[in-house]
Design a protein around this ligand. Structure first.
Ligand code: PMP
Length: 364
């Protein structure tokens, strides 16, 4: 008796109902083609049009200038943990700077260390990743080939509400869990990557936005598939791309533009959802404890705990009984996590909040 509208999964996450309906139709036949989306050639003119429209939608949603390329790659965000240092760190003398703010940046660091010197600029590990660094804790070096960080730590629910780093050192950002969830100063980044399976689509495709000049001087002996320049040249059709996943993202970008009204409007909705849930936690802080330091709270992933693992299990079972799913915290930290991606509605958060109030009243 779970309900799709109440999917709080950390990823793959909830997608908008109207998009799912179009996807359902496309499984039988894409209206303008007459063929199933699962059986359309990636070399068809139609698919070239899909990639071109998707690229243009992302450019206009993000306000990107023409010196950025937009790529659709495979291998998930994990492959970007390696592709970035293969391209920018191999053979370098000065260390790239990495922030260790949670589980996922912790996965990126050892991949970079395989390629060249890495300096861990800051780590929140000793504090159990409950907050992000303040500006006066960060001493960026001008010599670094690049700075790498994640705008949103999905597991711990920590989000930067500002751009960090120096404007004269390339900024590389993992935006997997807050991509296209709100506006940003995207032109201050040299490379942004985000897999689709949180805010914009199913698993299987990763969007990379990369500034032209970043690739000057990249090694020329990389495997073709792992060479951003080869991917740019092939317009993301270097080999058979995930046609289905790319088509779903196209539908989500149309939804963002036509039904939501762009990234500012999306952010207003996402902020309203997050505020509602954090306020509910703060009202009942004798019973529910938010994990993240107030100033670094994520709008996408709201992580909290109850007083014991037993009570948390009861909470999850009762929530599932009420039709809600995906609320268990990541296996590395436990607790509860409600993910409020673009596709999750305000009314789903209202349902969760009233459930939480009832649960507390019954158990207190
Ligand atoms: N970065 C972040 C911020 C993530 O949340 C995740 C996965 N949830 C990853 C990277 C890894 O992504 P993938 O499984 O697509 O490789």
């Amino acid at each position: 008796n779970r309900r799709n509208s109440l999917n709080f999964s950390g990823g793959p996450g909830a997608l908008p109902e109207s998009v799912l309906q179009q996807v359902q139709e496309s499984i039988i036949a894409v209206p303008e083609v007459g063929l199933s989306i699962l059986g359309i050639s990636h070399r068809s003119d139609w698919f070239a049009g899909v990639v071109a429209e998707l690229e243009s939608n992302i450019r206009s949603l993000m306000g990107l200038s023409s010196n950025y390329h937009v790529l659709f790659l495979q291998g998930g965000a994990t492959q970007q943990f390696s592709m970035v240092p293969m391209t920018l760190l191999r053979g370098k003398e000065y260390a790239a700077e990495y922030l260790h703010t949670g589980y996922w940046t912790g996965k990126a660091i050892p991949e970079a260390q395989r390629e060249g010197p890495v300096r861990m600029l800051w780590s929140g590990e000793d504090m159990g990743f409950t907050r992000l660094p303040k500006d006066d804790e960060l001493d960026f070096s001008v010599d670094a080939p690049y700075l790498h960080y994640a705008s949103n730590e999905t597991v711990e629910g920590l989000q930067f509400h500002r751009v960090i780093g120096r404007d004269d050192v390339p900024r590389i950002c993992d935006m997997s869990s807050d991509f296209l969830a709100g506006p940003g100063e995207f032109d201050r980044f040299s490379l942004i990557y985000a897999h689709a399976q949180k805010n914009i689509g199913p698993a299987g495709v990763t969007v990379v936005v990369v500034k032209d000049e970043l690739l000057d001087g990249a090694p020329t002996d990389l495997p073709g598939f792992l060479d951003y320049r080869a991917q740019i040249k092939a317009h993301s059709i270097f080999n058979t791309p995930p046609v289905f996943a790319i088509y779903v993202i196209l539908l989500v970008t149309r939804w963002l533009r036509d039904e939501i009204g762009g990234l500012d409007a999306m952010d207003r909705i996402n902020t309203a959802k997050a505020d509602m849930l954090y306020q509910a936690l703060d009202r009942s802080c004798d019973f529910y404890q938010a994990r993240a330091h107030r100033s670094d709270r994520s709008k996408m992933n709201v992580a909290f705990t109850l007083s014991s693992p037993e009570l948390e299990s009861q909470f999850l079972a009762a929530a599932a009984h009420a039709g809600m799913s995906g609320l268990a915290g990541h296996r590395s930290v436990g607790g509860i996590r409600a993910s409020l991606y673009n596709g999750l509605t305000i009314s789903a958060v209202e349902t969760l909040v009233s459930f939480m109030e009832e649960f507390r009243a019954r158990r207190r």
